[in-house]
Ligand binder design. Structure first.
Ligand SMILES: Cc1ncc(COP(=O)(O)O)c(C=O)c1O
Length: 464
């Protein structure tokens, strides 16, 4: 029999309550397979509800295979075990699940300072934009990104990076990792790509091995002579602060690189200027794009370091000669960044808050950067520091009896996240010394010294 109640005061419709009640009775085996259910009239009288309500509930149970109907005889309970109920527990086997280990100390280069973000101002713009005067933002926006944001980016690039461009040349997308493959697609199937080695690449290594030519990097950045000996016609570079070594492409090599690109019609330089906002030594390095006289540089940058990685906003600036080709190739692509976010960011920039935030972060990161350098110079002279002219990470190198992998495991076991330089090589080539990337952006200033001493102790590197 049916031992459940229906509650007319509930927000769940009566037919649904009835359906749930009967379904539970069947799955709990309180009604055995083949048992006859009350007729619609009997059930309606029993619960004091309409026959239509019962009809709706029975229809749902029939549709889901809990009951069957024998015309002019009645409704009967179906075999429940044979019902197509599939429980989805986990899509990935446990060892592959995408959980990230929380480390007590995180020297990751991917994280930023969390304490200096201007939440109050950001919230104000978010509230402004998420309101009826902006209801048109509910519709699909411009394919290359909102004009308001492209204007702000063009102004910012002009003032801070010496880049002259029109908003029409800018394409906004959800991160470098989304935009870089798009640029490569634009440059065509017969393109031959050269990449810095070691280097950053959001393109999976397996794909890269087939399509890319690795070019070595030294203390002056990409070795242009090596590039010149290849058939590559496109090169991806991080000239202002090479990732991961931190080298700055020397003035001489910049000229060489631009000359290389100017030599053939189909040669292009993809300049990734991901963290140029934070420079600690000397004057800001001008972007290659600003020096290019032959329309050969595609400038690529992101708000990941300057604002937050979770915003997922990056952009590229096309040379005028590629804008038409872009519009032809990608006229079916909608912008991948939500319009509301784009307008929040545009207003934040327009009212000068981005510039203020950068000034504040420059000071914050400089203090953290100087603290790291001080600790190594004062206590661990056996450690060589490089790549420290800009950005939010430095490279430390030293001799050690253990391999980089062992050192990484030792650190991880003590709750420290740090990555070896060898992770970023595209080839089997390895640095002669043990080298690690030390991101200082995320760590609180007053904890840096203790955390560095802890890391050195874990690696058994003695203090002076
Ligand atoms: C060289 C380089 N370019 C770009 C980025 C940013 O990528 P995205 O815009 O996808 O966050 C990073 C990330 O840290 C990077 O190291």
């Amino acid at each position: 029999m049916l031992f459940f109640q229906l509650d007319k005061e509930q927000t769940i419709p009566l037919y649904e309550q009835l359906y749930i009640g009967i379904k539970n009775t069947i799955t709990n085996k309180q009604l055995h397979v083949g048992a006859r259910l009350p007729s619609k009239r009997e059930l309606a009288e029993f619960f004091n509800i309409s026959q239509t309500t019962v009809e709706l509930a029975y229809a749902q149970l029939l549709a889901e295979g809990y009951i069957m109907s024998k015309p002019r005889v009645g409704y009967f309970v179906e075999e429940v075990d044979s019902l197509p109920i599939r429980e989805i527990t986990s899509v990935l086997p446990p060892q592959q699940s995408v959980t990230q280990t929380a480390f007590a100390t995180d020297f990751s280069t991917a994280k930023i300072d969390e304490d200096a973000f201007p939440f109050t101002i950001w919230r104000k713009y978010a509230k402004d934009v998420l309101d009826t005067p902006f209801k048109h933002l509910l519709q699909t926006g411009e394919r290359q990104g909102e004009l308001a944001l492209r204007i702000e980016i063009a102004n910012y690039l002009h003032q801070s990076r010496g880049i002259k461009c029109q908003p029409e040349q800018i394409v906004i997308g959800s991160g470098t990792e989304q935009l870089l493959p798009m640029i490569l697609k634009l440059l065509g199937d017969d393109m031959l790509l050269a990449l810095e080695n070691p280097g950053y690449s959001p393109i999976p290594r397996t794909q890269l091995e087939q399509v890319a030519i690795p070019i070595d990097v030294d203390q002056d950045g990409l070795i242009i002579e090596q590039l010149q000996t290849t058939n590559a016609n496109v090169v991806y570079v991080t000239p202002s602060h090479q990732f991961p070594t931190g080298a700055v492409l020397s003035a001489n090599r910049r000229t060489q690189l631009l000359k290389w690109a100017a030599k053939a019609e189909n040669r292009y330089i993809i300049e990734d200027d991901y963290d140029s906002e934070f420079r600690y030594i000397g004057k800001p390095i001008p972007a290659l794009q600003g020096l290019d006289r032959h329309d050969r540089v595609i400038y690529l940058s992101t708000f990941t370091k300057s604002l937050m990685p979770s915003l997922r906003v990056a952009y590229f600036v096309l040379p005028p000669s590629l804008v038409y080709r872009y519009q032809e190739h990608f006229n079916y692509y909608s912008s991948t960044v939500p319009r509301f976010e784009q307008h929040i960011l545009a207003k934040f920039m327009k009212d000068g808050h981005f510039a203020k935030h950068l000034n504040r972060m420059r000071k914050t990161y400089r203090k953290k950067h100087d603290k790291c350098i001080d600790v190594f110079t004062n206590y661990y002279p056996q450690i060589t520091i490089s790549g420290d002219a800009a950005g939010t990470n430095i490279l430390i190198s030293f001799d050690h009896e253990h391999t980089e992998l062992t050192l990484q495991t030792m650190a991880n076991e003590k709750g420290i996240n740090i990555l070896p330089l060898s992770n970023y090589f595209l080839t089997a080539k390895r640095p002669s010394k043990r080298s690690f990337l030390l991101g200082f952006g995320y760590l609180p200033l007053d904890e840096i010294e203790a955390k560095l001493h802890h890391l050195m102790a874990v690696w058994m590197i003695p203090k002076k």
